[in-house]
Design a protein around this ligand. Structure first.
Ligand SMILES: Nc1ncnc2c1ncn2[C@@H]1O[C@H](COP(=O)(O)OP(=O)(O)OP(=O)(O)O)[C@@H](O)[C@H]1O
Ligand SMILES: [Mg+2]
Length: 272
């Protein structure tokens, strides 16, 4: 039977569809593998927001890496628009690579220190033919404007001339410049000064509003997850513990009526 028939209509119509996805790591000197992701199932639609919350080591980044194509699952199905991410070829693979972008925790490591901001942002626009060659500089400028940086002050600077918050804005600009459908933001504000965190989160939400970008926002901070989803007009709260999704539901429902002990603990630690 055709794979699409097998997994049904939801798998076909969802932007992302995970069915029973597990990731095991073989560790030297250990007889059993480490189970980083354990039978995770969920789906994402176009324009949907999700926040993935859990403590350190619960498997959030590993799950995020499966979504962006960097970590092949040991078992289970990881589908993008109904097709197995790890079997995509040719045009479909390229479309996926452009459509799903990662913003990660460390804006220092994410930018090449030898390149100016223009040189960091232009190649993706060229690679995916987002604009005509002659319009590349204009397009980079307009992305800088979108992330709240005056282009003339930033476009020819090097990363070491920028603050952490500014660098993360550049990383967001780069991820959004190729017009992705889904962005996995893995602890995008953890390394940024507390006073600037919400402005970066708001920036992500602006792109949801303006371009309909979907997000999987990864954080260990329940308060931040709640802020992200409520400010963004609602979405799915997913709670991860020891590799398992132990709770998933509409953010307001989960916060008001958490089913799982671990979720209750995370919520209580916020309100205390
Ligand atoms: N490449 C790898 N090889 C072996 N073990 C790994 C690898 N990547 C992750 N792990 C292990 O998998 C588990 C989950 O790690 P992961 O980075 O996904 O957690 P996390 O929830 O993102 O944690 P944090 O909040 O600290 O970022 C951890 O025990 C980690 O040590
Ligand atoms: Mg992580």
């Amino acid at each position: 039977m055709d794979e699409l028939q097998e997994v049904g209509i939801q798998a076909k119509t969802s932007l992302l569809y995970f069915d029973n996805v597990s990731v095991h790591f073989e560790i030297k000197g250990m007889d059993k593998p480490l189970i980083a992701v354990d039978g995770v199932s969920f789906s994402m639609n176009d324009g949907e927001l999700a926040a993935l919350v859990g403590e350190s080591g619960s498997g959030k980044s590993t799950l995020g890496r499966v979504v962006v194509g960097l970590q092949k699952p040991t078992s289970g199905k990881a589908l993008f628009r109904g097709k197995d991410i790890y079997k995509l070829k040719g045009k479909a693979f390229l479309e996926y690579r452009r459509s799903v972008q990662l913003v990660h925790q460390d804006p220092y490591a994410a930018l090449n220190p030898a390149l100016t901001i223009y040189e960091s942002l232009a190649p993706a626009l060229r690679r995916w033919n987002i604009v005509d060659k002659k319009d590349t500089r204009k397009a980079v400028s307009s992305m800088l404007e979108f992330v709240g940086l005056r282009p003339e002050n930033y476009i020819d600077k090097y990363p070491n001339q920028l603050s952490g918050g500014e660098r993360q804005r550049i990383c967001v600009a780069r991820a959004l410049s190729v017009r992705p459908k889904l962005v996995v933001a893995d602890e995008p504000v953890t390394m940024i000064d507390v006073s600037l965190r919400l402005s970066i989160v708001d920036l992500l939400l602006n792109s949801k509003k303006q371009f309909g970008t979907s997000y999987i926002f990864i954080t260990h901070d329940m308060a931040l997850a709640r802020y992200f989803l409520l400010k963004g007009g609602g979405g799915k709260l997913m709670v991860m513990e020891n590799g398992k999704l132990v709770e998933m539901g509409d953010v307001e429902e989960v916060i008001n009526n958490p089913k799982h002990e671990y979720t209750k603990k995370l919520i209580e630690s916020v309100t205390e």
